[in-house]
Design a protein around this ligand. Structure first.
Ligand SMILES: Cc1cc2nc3c(=O)[nH]c(=O)nc-3n(C[C@H](O)[C@H](O)[C@H](O)COP(=O)(O)O)c2cc1C
Length: 398
């Protein structure tokens, strides 16, 4: 998830462990990264460029010249700048030494020296090569100068010797990158609780009263918060949205059930975003039997449901509390009054008078109002883009 859309250079040097790099490329791509492969000349004896270009869907780079006749060349500087991360795996003793000294006599080292992104390196070599003082000093120097070390494993080596020096497994290398990017995301370490969708209030065993909310806005926010590194829980009324596995989803039906679940999670959360369209009223009693039709009108008495947002506002401690308002008249005045009354930090207003806004569709047009009554009027956008605007605003408040 965190590697989705990241540009990653996999740089392969000449170790027997180079075959594992093919698996590494596949796993990085599976995790959502775009991968370009750089190979040292000697690594081509261990794994074929054809395998790696097929897996990465890009040509493999190992030479500055792409066509000696025409003078066309591969731009190592551009490649270095393209990357969000570079992983040297396997990193031979030779390549480690050149990374340290800057001896740029091959494409891999030139790309390394050009990269402004974080560089990970996973050494692979025989135990005596690994324990040699010069290798150890090179590793220490590289770490001290900002490169990220992925330690080799201990075990049987290609030489038949047993000890340290076996390249970390591809899964471990991918996890290192994920941990790195996770830590550096703006919401990493934050817990976000979101409500989404409608609620349903039962009238009898077959009927209920509900509203037009689909949960799209709430889940768009949940996915965006997740992308930004948060731990996310969504408490949602009935809806048909399929969400990422990494989101904790708690399904509820009525306003009271939604309140119970949100209340139980409230102290856990750093940010609470209430997008659900919660019923304000429910039938005073639920008929045990299906209500039969009669000749005359049917009267149902409604009573107030619990005011979830109001209760959260009253007990707010560390949480940033964000509410949504759907209004059809006096939109701004009503939203500002709700912001104050419910002790919110932000309110997101959507007006039923704007076409393409609020319920059911894939778009929304919102105004974001903060505690100081500062208003940001946004254009009509997809709900995914609106979610990004709201989460960005939350990041600035945090
Ligand atoms: C079969 C074989 C296996 C090798 N395995 C390793 C290795 O695991 N680690 C290493 O540092 N060098 C290893 N070498 C030596 C490197 O391939 C050699 O130092 C080469 O110059 C490295 O160049 P490069 O760093 O540009 O890829 C091996 C050599 C051979 C022939």
């Amino acid at each position: 998830m965190v590697l989705r859309g990241k540009n990653v250079i996999v740089a392969i040097s000449g170790s027997i462990a180079a075959y594992k790099s093919a698996i590494l490329v596949r796993q990085l791509i599976k995790s959502g990264a775009r991968v370009r492969v750089v190979m040292s000349e000697s690594s081509k004896d261990f794994v074929s460029p054809l395998t790696l270009s097929t897996l990465s869907k890009y040509p493999v780079y190992s030479d500055f010249n792409s066509n000696k006749e025409t003078g066309e060349w591969i731009n190592h500087v551009e490649l270095g700048l393209w990357a969000d991360a570079m992983v040297v795996a396997p990193a031979t003793a030779n390549t480690l030494s050149k990374m340290r000294s800057g001896e740029s006599d091959n494409f891999l080292i030139a790309a390394y020296l050009s990269a402004r992104c974080p560089v990970f390196f996973a050494p692979a070599m025989d135990l005596d090569m690994y324990n040699h003082q010069s290798t150890r000093e090179n590793i220490d120097w590289l770490v001290a100068n900002g490169n990220i070390f992925i330690a080799p494993g201990n075990g049987e080596l290609a030489s038949g010797l047993v000890g340290e020096g076996r390249m970390a497994e591809p899964e471990e290398i991918v996890s290192s990158l994920e941990r790195f990017f996770q830590r550096n995301l703006p919401l990493s370490g934050k817990k976000v609780l979101i409500t989404a969708g409608p609620t349903r209030e039962k009238i009898d065993p077959v009927r209920f009263i509900s509203n037009r909310s689909t949960g799209k806005m709430g889940f768009a926010l949940a996915e965006e918060a997740l992308r930004k590194g948060a731990q996310v829980t969504v408490v949602c009324g009935p809806n048909s949205i399929v969400n990422s596995d990494s989101i904790e989803r708690i399904n509820v039906v009525s306003a009271q059930e939604m309140f119970d679940q949100v209340w139980a999670k409230y102290s856990w959360a750093d940010v609470v975003i209430m997008t659900a369209a919660v019923a304000d009223y429910r039938p005073a009693s639920i008929s045990d039997q299906k209500i039969k039709k009669t000749g005359g009108p049917l009267e149902i008495k409604f009573v107030r449901t619990v005011d979830i947002l109001g209760e959260l506002g009253k007990s707010k401690q560390k949480q940033l509390l964000i509410g949504f308002a759907v209004e059809s008249e006096n939109e701004l005045e009503n939203a500002k009054s709700k912001l104050k009354r419910k002790n919110l930090d932000l309110i997101v207003l959507n007006s039923l008078n704007d076409s393409g806004a609020a319920f059911e569709g894939d778009t929304n047009k919102v105004s974001i109002i903060d505690k100081n009554n500062k208003i940001e009027h946004k254009q009509l956008k997809s709900k995914v883009e609106v979610a990004a605007d709201i989460i960005d605003k939350i990041v600035t408040l945090l």
